[in-house]
Ligand binder design. Structure first.
Ligand SMILES: [Fe+2]
Ligand SMILES: [Fe+2]
Length: 310
C-alpha cells in the first residue's frame, strides 16, 4: 500500500488524490458554424446565427479563459463575405473578453478568397489557409483540407511538404493539428465520398512527430478515433447536427444536440470534453459553499465526505 495511505485505506494529510497537475493549456474547439449572409436560415430550417450565439454564450458560461478558440471549418455555408463579417462580429467580442486568440480553419463550405478578405483581413487568394501558433509552448498547426470547387478534402504535395518542415523541430509542449476533414471513417452511407484524400501521405508525416492530437469537424456529430497512432477528436457543429439515433441510411440533420469541446492539455494526456449547448435546469449540489467546505477539510475528511458509501 502507498505510504500516503494508512492501513485502512484512508489517506494521510500528505496525499493528493488526482495524479495530474492542472492542465498546462486549455483550448475551446468549435466547428461548423455555417453562417449565411443576412442571418438567413440554413435550408430554411436552421437559425445558424442564433445557434452560434447560444454556443458562444455557453463558451463564456464555462468561466474558462482558454489559450485559444479554434474553429475547425465550414465557417460560412456559401463563403459569402457578409457571413464572414457576421462571424467576426459575433466571435471577436467574446474572444476579447476571454483574452484568447482565435484560430480559423477553412472547410469545404468556405471560399478562400472571401475568408481571407472578410474574416482574416488579408489579401484575397486561393492559396491554402494554414498557420502555426505558439500557445505558450504548445504549437497549434492549422491545415487547409478544402479543395476549391469541391466538398471532399485533400492535402496537396506543397502543403504536406510545408507540414513536414514545420514538424521537423518539436515544440516544448508538443503540437496539435487542426483541420476540417477528419482522417477518420464515418458509418453514414456515402460520407466516404467527402472524406480526406491522401491520408497515407499525411500519416507518414505525422507518425513519430510531436503531434499529440488532431482536432477536426465536418461530420456534424462528435466522434473520436486514432490516426497514425494520434488521437483524433471531431467536434460536432453549432449550426445543426446529424441525428445518429436513426439507422445509418436515415441519418439526417436536426436542430438539436449542438456542442463544442473543452480541450485540456496535460503533461501526458489531452482530454476533449463535449459540452452540450443546452438550456437545461441544473442541480446545485456542488455549490460555492460546498466547494469552500471541502477545501477547508483535510484529505482524510474529504475522502470520508465524498467517497464513503452511505
Ligand atoms: Fe459542415
Ligand atoms: Fe464540411
Amino acid at each position: 500500500m502507498d505510504s500516503d495511505f494508512d492501513t485502512a485505506g484512508a489517506p494521510t494529510d500528505a496525499v493528493r488524490f488526482g495524479r495530474h497537475e492542472p492542465a498546462r493549456r486549455t483550448l475551446i474547439h468549435v466547428s461548423d458554424t455555417h453562417l449565411l449572409a443576412g442571418s438567413k436560415r440554413l435550408g430554411d430550417r436552421y437559425d445558424t446565427a442564433t445557434n452560434l450565439r447560444a454556443a458562444l454564450d455557453a463558451v463564456e458560461g464555462t468561466g474558462i479563459r482558454p489559450d485559444a478558440i479554434v474553429f475547425t471549418g465550414d465557417l460560412a455555408d456559401l463563403g459569402e463575405p457578409d457571413a464572414y463579417r457576421a462571424l467576426r462580429a459575433a466571435v471577436d467580442p467574446v474572444a476579447a473578453r476571454l483574452g484568447a486568440p482565435v484560430v480559423w480553419v477553412a472547410g469545404n463550405h468556405d471560399e478562400r478568397p472571401a475568408m481571407r478578405a472578410d474574416l482574416l483581413g488579408e489579401a484575397p487568394s486561393q492559396e491554402p489557409i494554414v498557420c502555426v501558433r505558439d500557445l505558450g509552448g504548445l504549437r497549434l498547426i492549422a491545415l487547409d483540407t478544402s479543395v476549391p470547387g469541391w466538398h471532399h478534402g485533400d492535402l496537396d504535395p506543397a502543403q504536406l511538404a510545408w507540414l513536414r518542415e514545420v514538424l521537423s523541430e518539436p515544440a516544448p509542449l508538443g503540437s496539435i493539428v487542426a483541420m476540417h476533414h477528419p482522417p477518420l471513417p464515418s458509418h453514414i452511407p456515402f460520407f466516404d465520398i467527402l472524406e480526406l484524400r491522401h491520408q497515407d501521405e499525411l500519416a507518414e508525416i505525422l507518425a513519430g512527430s510531436d503531434v499529440r492530437a488532431i482536432l477536426a469537424g465536418h461530420l456534424h456529430y462528435a466522434t473520436s478515433g486514432t490516426f497514425a497512432g494520434i488521437p483524433v477528436s471531431v467536434a460536432s457543429a453549432t449550426c445543426y447536427t446529424m441525428n445518429l439515433q436513426r439507422p445509418p441510411v436515415e441519418v439526417n440533420g436536426m436542430d438539436a444536440g449542438q456542442s463544442f469541446h473543452l480541450v485540456h492539455v496535460y503533461d501526458d494526456v489531452i482530454t476533449h470534453a463535449v459540452v452540450p449547448v443546452a438550456d437545461a435546469e441544473t442541480a446545485d449540489t456542488f455549490s460555492a459553499p460546498w466547494v469552500e467546505k471541502m477545501a477547508a477539510l483535510s484529505p482524510a475528511q474529504r475522502l470520508e465526505v465524498f467517497s464513503r458509501k452511505r
